[in-house]
Design a protein around this ligand. Structure first.
Ligand code: PXG
Length: 464
């Protein structure tokens, strides 16, 4: 393929290394190696500055649900930019894209989740949630209800609030996180932490940690519990079936608010509009972002139930962002939702693509390097292990094998990520069975190469 609009790759990489600070990256090391420059994309495929074509197994960063290259979204953005490129919604004004998007989300969201507070991202939305649940209890005359319970290895964003709500040890190790008033319980990660328990018993035990924590803190101090229906950034951790019903029982028993962080699971990824519907979760607030606009524009928000919105509305909520409900982002999100709905993309995931992926992905479980291969909807992960029978960890530092595997995958033109020694994918929802076959073939080749590499280096050793 000829590329006419860009400089040679080495030149782009040098500029990138000199001036661009990448998120979640050791920039010194990347600068020496050179970033892969992505120049365009169509459907489920990316093209880089050398003209190589990659299958995007991660839908960008879990967000390009409708796939790349939908010109309807570009047109919606251009139309809106010409008509009203920006206005705020702070001081007794509104605009059509924001109010239409709020109404559409109220229609799509389950139960009485009928009110939307917009943000520019998932992190911002979770910061909103943290302030909103505390303000809710303050207005209810219970200002001492301030603690938010969250989970280790959960991900809720990278701002001070979002990063504190999240339970990422590597994030907490930098910059003074978590902020006060946020406590963490353990995750429902059976494969890694379940020991000899059955998944069902383990799921119950991990859910009951919520009750134990509430009792330890005193129920009168707890504002809310926040969790992702399926953990994404933590490694696609699919909870045992027993987990969510028990969580639901506990939050209702103690009357605390439940925040479902749907930033990844929203907008079809689990074969329903929201992950909460897939698991029968009844949250008071849902965090949304990513698939809301399929990543074509930065937008997030909180979908809030009648009761919480009513109480918050009793006083001025001193909170908001310049770009809350940005008209261009809202117009693009509306067009994205129209496509998801009219093209029945979520139904196709539920009935066809997710079952197909589930079967093809599970077959990777027979590979000698794979301890488990699991999926739910269009999220899938596999655990690399030196010993399948015992679900052993590698003797090498966690993430070493995963990184090697990711490098082979990238070399095979498949974007498959690693989280520690788990390999993960979350492709665009429009991926076809033929594309899935190709994705799986590249993943299998990647596993073979990784296995050979680890064997040659004497790294197929289990931790003591
Ligand atoms: N909640 C969840 C569940 C997320 O996955 C956020 C909140 C924050 O959204 P913003 O838009 O502020 O990034 C996320 C974001 C990874 C990775 O390594 C995942 C996310 C972001 C960056 C990296 O998988 N998820």
């Amino acid at each position: 393929m000829t590329l006419t609009n860009i400089a040679p790759t080495a030149e782009l990489q040098a500029l990138d290394a000199a001036h661009h600070m990448h998120p979640f990256t050791a920039n010194g090391a990347l600068g020496k190696k050179g970033a892969r420059i992505i120049t365009r994309a169509q459907g489920v495929r990316l093209t880089d500055s050398n003209g190589e074509e990659l299958i995007d197994g991660m839908a960008g960063l879990w967000c390009v649900n409708i796939g790349y290259g939908r010109s309807e979204l570009a047109e919606a953005a251009a139309r809106q930019m010409r008509e009203l490129p920006y206005y705020n919604t702070f001081f007794q004004t509104s605009h059509v894209p924001a109010l239409q998007l709020a109404a559409k989300l109220a229609e799509l969201a389950p139960g009485d989740l009928n009110h939307v507070f917009f943000a520019g991202s998932g992190s911002e939305a979770n910061d909103t949630n943290l302030r909103m649940v505390r303000q809710y209890w303050a207005l209810k005359g219970q200002p001492e209800r301030r603690v938010v319970i969250s989970r280790r290895n959960g991900y809720h964003g990278s701002t001070m609030g979002g990063g504190s709500l999240g339970g990422m040890a590597a994030m907490h190790a930098q910059g003074g996180l978590p902020i006060p008033g946020i406590v963490h319980i353990d995750q429902p990660y059976w494969y890694g932490e379940g020991g000899d328990m059955t998944p069902e018993a383990f799921g119950l035990a991990r859910a009951r940690q919520l009750e134990e924590k509430i009792l330890e803190l005193g129920p009168e101090t707890v504002a809310a519990f926040i969790a992702e229906p399926v953990q994404g950034a933590g490694g696609v951790i699919i909870p045992p079936e027993s987990y969510w019903p028990e969580i639901q029982r506990i939050v209702e028993k103690y009357g605390i608010l439940l925040i479902a962080d749907e930033v990844i699971t929203g907008f079809g990824r689990l074969g329903e509009w929201f992950g909460s519907q897939a698991y029968g979760i009844r949250p008071h607030i849902m965090t949304i972002a990513k698939g809301l606009s399929s990543g074509y524009q930065p937008i997030g928000g909180s979908i809030v139930c009648d009761e919480v919105a009513h109480v918050i509305g009793q006083d001025e909520f001193n909170h908001g962002y310049t770009y809350s409900g940005h008209p261009v982002a809202a117009a693009v999100a509306l067009e994205n939702l129209r496509i998801l709905q009219e093209e029945r993309i979520i139904e196709r995931v539920r009935e066809k693509t997710a079952p197909y992926l589930a079967q093809a992905w599970a077959a990777l479980g027979d590979h000698p390097l794979v301890g488990e291969a699991v999926s739910r909807g269009m999220m899938a992960s596999l655990a690399l292990t030196p010993d399948k029978a015992t679900r052993a960890q590698f003797a090498a530092e966690s993430g070493t094998a995963g990184y090697i595997c990711r490098e082979y995958s990238f070399g095979n033109n498949l974007v498959m990520r690693h989280v520690g020694d788990r390999m993960i994918i979350a492709p665009p929802l429009v991926i076809t069975p033929t594309d899935i076959d190709e994705l799986i073939a590249r993943a299998r080749k990647t596993l073979d190469q990784t296995h050979a590499h680890l064997q040659a280096e004497g790294m197929l050793k289990a931790a003591a």
